[in-house]
Ligand binder design. Structure first.
Ligand code: BGC
Length: 353
């Protein structure tokens, strides 16, 4: 009886130390929290898996959570990470401005926060940001359209529509502006004609990046502006989930010449569509590169070393310019996908068949 009591006391003390230090019982490992927005989109599953794998390989314990695209869920998951003793927290926000209370709590406990892929907005307690160059993603899409249509030489005019991303995601404006800035001179010169007239980010945005939302907006545009047989030559979509919505809408509501469609992420469904000629390109952001960079940041932070960044100007979150590391995106299409997606080991041929 007595021995049991002593054992119990020792266990309780060990648990209390665990709660205080964030070390898992006996492992002595530092714990890192990774908060991802949703399992609904392929890319976040890959990001989460890569982060967990790489962090564990570097010797950390990992608390990986997905928030089902629900802001309140993400807030409470991050607060749990703070309370359970994570030493660094990595967050891909659902809505950039909604995690302020958690960020304040993390700062009070001196827990550094890294914004992952999407910037955390309107709060000074964001230590670092790691992402792909978001403006460049849009530039790549716009340049693809410019080159494919040979806009400098072709007479045109060509008809174009835009579908952008979630207004709550700081990246979405960068993608849209990057693409629009490349195409603007041709729009102003009348070589590109936005038939619906919808040319502002607010008009073309897609809340939550939802395929269904992009699809119903595209259906409305097709029935309102293209039902008379007008061709749409380009549909500039900011990412793959929205491109899929536009492709679904075209399949059911359009008989004209199939347009150039852009995307981003190289999701499997979209690469398959690319191979079938239903999507022209996608921007490839190798999530393995981003994960490695973030794991490097985590280690540099925990060792008190200088954290490697390559941009200290672009990402102002409303309260501070967050030191950032920008990885480089590249474009992928049916011609180069083998090198970019298969030879690199990102996908197997089976996954794309
Ligand atoms: C990411 C994109 C992704 C989109 C929707 C953005 O923040 O940068 O890669 O397609 O969110 O999840």
């Amino acid at each position: 009886m007595k021995a049991k009591k002593i054992l119990g006391t020792i266990l309780c003390a060990a648990m209390a130390i665990t709660a205080l230090t964030g070390c898992s019982a006996g492992s002595g490992k530092n714990k890192v929290g990774v908060s991802m927005p949703t399992k609904d989109l392929q890319r976040w599953n890959q990001d989460g898996d890569n982060m967990k794998k790489e962090l564990e390989a570097a010797g950390y314990e990992v608390d990986l959570q997905y928030a089902n695209n629900d802001v309140a869920t993400q807030l409470s998951q991050v607060e749990n990470m703070i309370n359970s003793g994570c030493k660094v927290i990595v967050i891909a926000a659902i809505e950039g401005s909604s995690l302020g209370t958690a960020l304040d709590k993390a700062a009070a406990k001196k827990i550094p926060v890294i914004a992952y892929d999407r910037l955390l907005m309107d709060n000074a307690n964001v230590d670092y940001y790691a992402t792909f160059d978001n403006y460049m993603v849009g530039t790549i899409q716009g340049t693809y359209v410019k080159d494919t249509l040979d806009l400098d030489n072709a007479a045109g005019p060509f008809n174009i529509e835009f579908t952008a991303g979630d207004p709550g995601d700081n990246n979405a404006g960068f993608f849209f502006n990057g693409a629009y800035d490349v195409l603007k001179p041709y729009i102003e010169a009348g070589k590109l004609n936005i038939v619906s007239g919808q040319n502002t980010f607010e008009q073309v945005a897609t809340p939550s990046w939802k395929t269904e939302t992009a699809q119903s907006r595209a259906e409305n545009i097709l029935s309102s502006y293209y039902a008379d047989g007008t061709n749409v030559d380009v549909w500039l979509c900011s990412n793959d989930s929205t491109a899929l919505g536009v492709e679904n809408a075209l399949a059911a509501n359009y008989n004209g010449t199939y347009p150039i469609i852009t995307g981003q992420d190289c999701d499997i469904a979209n690469v398959k569509n690319m191979l079938q000629g239903k999507q022209s390109m996608s921007v490839f952001k190798d999530t393995r590169t981003l994960a490695s960079q973030v794991v490097k940041m985590v280690t540099q932070i925990l060792k008190g070393e200088t954290v490697e960044v390559n941009d200290t100007k672009t990402y102002d979150n409303g309260k501070k310019v967050v030191p950032s590391y920008l990885c480089s995106p590249v474009f992928a299409d049916a011609n180069n996908y083998k090198t970019i997606l298969l030879d690199s080991g990102y996908y197997t041929a089976d996954q794309l068949s």
